[in-house]
Each structure stands twice: as structure tokens, then as C-alpha cells.
Design a protein around this ligand. Structure first.
Ligand code: SF4
Ligand code: ZN
Length: 312
């Protein structure tokens, strides 16, 4: 590509990159997809043969990943793809995004498996939050990770692709630093989950090096950005505060997010070496992998049960 005065060609630019380069629609789509394929190659995210799952929420990032991986699977019959969605039970939000996910999967002949908190745990997230005094994202994340891993394994998926982008990773790195929780950072990176443990399905992040701005622009240009929906619980989270601060820094010092993630990638092998030797236990209640005797999902389910019993 010839860069002329930082513009890719004579067409109207749709995005300005942190480098100052401005790209038109066609050049940006090529740039974005090229970056995703490079990320897959650079971090060895895919093997020659895969039965992949893609975690879809109906949001722009997960549909972008599903769209790109689905096209890849069309060119390579040894890569098969299924979609998994979790219905947490968040009225006015998840019901809407699931309609988008179903529509996309129908139009693209992708099998979609939906698992709900109500069916799996007996309560919707909205109901859980009326019983327990916890930050919504804390229990929501624990139950979602639990179900995605369990269901991916039961579906015999080789890997699960998620829509995490560079901004998400950057937020997680900074949140862990602020909480002095480097052990949690050792579980970050473009490819996560212990391959040596058959209870875990590895998770891969093909958008690892794509910024939120790039992913949003790609989704918009590809017709994936139906209507913008954000979970009503998101604003209460620590992540939202870190996100806003990082956006502020990025505006003042373009390239900040790349720098944080790139320097993190250089330290990641040391973090994995230091922290990833911990023994993985089996939860004594449900048989799923756990850091302690009982997994976090079972701990919260017990708390819910005891509160419900007290209320009766
Ligand atoms: Fe769940 Fe929080 Fe995400 Fe809402 S913002 S879906 S509560 S993790
Ligand atoms: Zn358990």
C-alpha cells in the first residue's frame, strides 16, 4: 500500500490509526482482516484441524470474530465452527443481543447453541442480583466462564474463540495491576487455558491486537453493528472506570494501549512461569476445574440457595 500524505488513496478516509495513517473503507477492511489473520499466525491460535466454538453475545466484537472465522472455515473444510451464546437473563439487554446473534447465525448457516443461567442454575442474573448484594459483573463473569468451558468441552470443541480486543486486554492488565493480582494476569494473553488439563478448553482471542475503535469501525462497515446496546450493569463496574481512564490517556497520548499490551506480552512468559504451576483441583460439588476445593460458581450457588432458604 502506498501511503500518500498519510492517506491510503484518494478515497474518503473512514478511520485514523494511532500512527496518524488514514484509511478508506476498502483499505481499512483489508488492514483489519490482515491484522486478525496475522494475529492468528503470530500466536499460533489455530491448528490445521479444529472444531472451533465462537462465544457470541450478539455484540460487534463476537460477531466480527464469528464472521472472520466462518469465512476461514469456508476456505478450509478442516476448520469447523459452531457458535455458543449464554443467556444470563438480563432483561432489556441480552434478549435483544441474542436476536442479533440468532439472525446472524441463521443467515450464515452456523449452528448456534444457547445456554441460559435460568436452565443451568435455576435463576436469571436479574433474579440473582435481587438476592445477593454483589457487583453484577462479578457473578455474571464467573457463571459465564463456567458455562462456556463446560459446554465447549461437552460439545467436544477443540478451542473457543472470544471477541476480546486490545482494549479489553489492556483494561484487564491494568485492573490486575491495580489489584496487585499478577496471578490473574498470568491467565491473560491471546491464547489461554491449560492445554495439559482435559477439563479446560483453550480460549483464543483473534482480535487481540485490534483496538475497540478498529473493531467498531469494521463491524459498522460490515453491517454487523445493528444498534448499539450496552448492558445496564456495565457502568457500575471497575472495568468501566479503567476503560474511561485508558480512553482519556489514549486521546492524549495515541498508542498508549498498544504500548501497554506490547510490554505486557514481553512479561507474560515470566508470569506464566511463575504462576501457572498451581495445582488445578476438581470441584468437590460439580466436578468442574477449580482453584480450591469448591469452584467459584458453586460457592455463589450455595450463597444463593442459603439466602433463598432464609427468605422462605
Ligand atoms: Fe454481565 Fe457485567 Fe457484562 Fe452485563 S456488563 S453482561 S453484568 S459481565
Ligand atoms: Zn463447582
Amino acid at each position: 500500500m502506498i501511503i500518500n500524505n498519510l492517506n491510503c488513496c484518494g478515497q474518503k478516509p473512514v478511520i485514523s490509526l494511532p500512527s496518524g495513517e488514514k484509511l478508506c473503507k476498502n483499505h481499512f477492511i483489508g488492514y483489519f482482516e490482515g491484522k486478525v489473520f496475522r494475529t492468528i499466525r503470530q500466536f499460533g491460535l489455530l491448528d490445521n484441524e479444529e472444531s472451533l466454538g465462537a462465544a457470541v453475545s450478539g455484540g460487534k466484537d463476537s460477531l466480527t470474530v464469528l464472521r472472520i472465522l466462518n469465512r476461514l472455515s469456508k476456505d478450509n473444510p478442516k476448520i469447523r465452527i459452531n457458535a455458543l451464546a449464554i443467556d444470563e437473563g438480563i432483561a432489556g439487554y441480552r434478549d435483544k443481543t441474542l436476536i442479533t446473534a440468532k439472525k446472524f447465525c441463521d443467515e450464515n448457516n452456523i449452528e448456534l447453541h444457547i445456554f441460559s443461567y435460568k436452565e443451568e442454575f435455576g435463576l436469571k442474573l436479574d433474579e440473582m442480583l435481587k438476592i445477593l448484594n454483589v457487583k453484577p459483573c462479578t457473578i455474571c463473569g464467573i457463571f459465564r466462564r463456567y458455562l462456556l468451558n463446560k459446554k465447549s468441552r461437552e460439545l467436544k470443541l477443540t478451542k473457543l474463540a472470544t471477541g476480546h480486543n486490545l482494549d479489553d486486554e489492556c483494561q484487564s492488565i491494568m485492573m490486575n495491576q491495580m489489584r496487585n493480582d499478577l496471578k490473574a494476569s498470568a491467565r491473560l494473553g491471546p491464547k489461554v487455558g491449560l492445554i495439559s488439563n482435559e477439563l479446560f478448553v483453550q480460549r483464543i482471542k483473534p482480535l487481540y491486537l485490534c483496538t475497540e475503535k478498529e473493531a467498531t469501525t469494521y463491524a459498522f462497515l460490515s453491517g454487523l453493528l445493528d444498534n448499539f446496546n450496552e448492558c445496564q450493569n456495565a457502568a457500575q463496574s471497575f472495568r468501566a472506570k479503567v476503560r474511561d481512564s485508558l480512553n482519556d490517556l489514549e486521546n492524549k497520548f495515541p498508542g498508549t494501549k498498544y504500548s501497554i499490551v506490547n510490554s505486557f506480552l514481553q512479561t507474560l512468559p515470566y508470569l506464566k512461569e511463575k504462576f501457572n504451576h498451581g495445582e488445578i483441583r476438581i470441584c468437590s460439588k460439580c466436578g468442574e476445574p477449580a482453584a480450591n476445593d469448591v469452584c467459584n460458581a458453586c460457592i455463589y450457588l450455595e450463597k444463593l440457595k442459603s439466602k433463598i432458604t432464609l427468605q422462605k
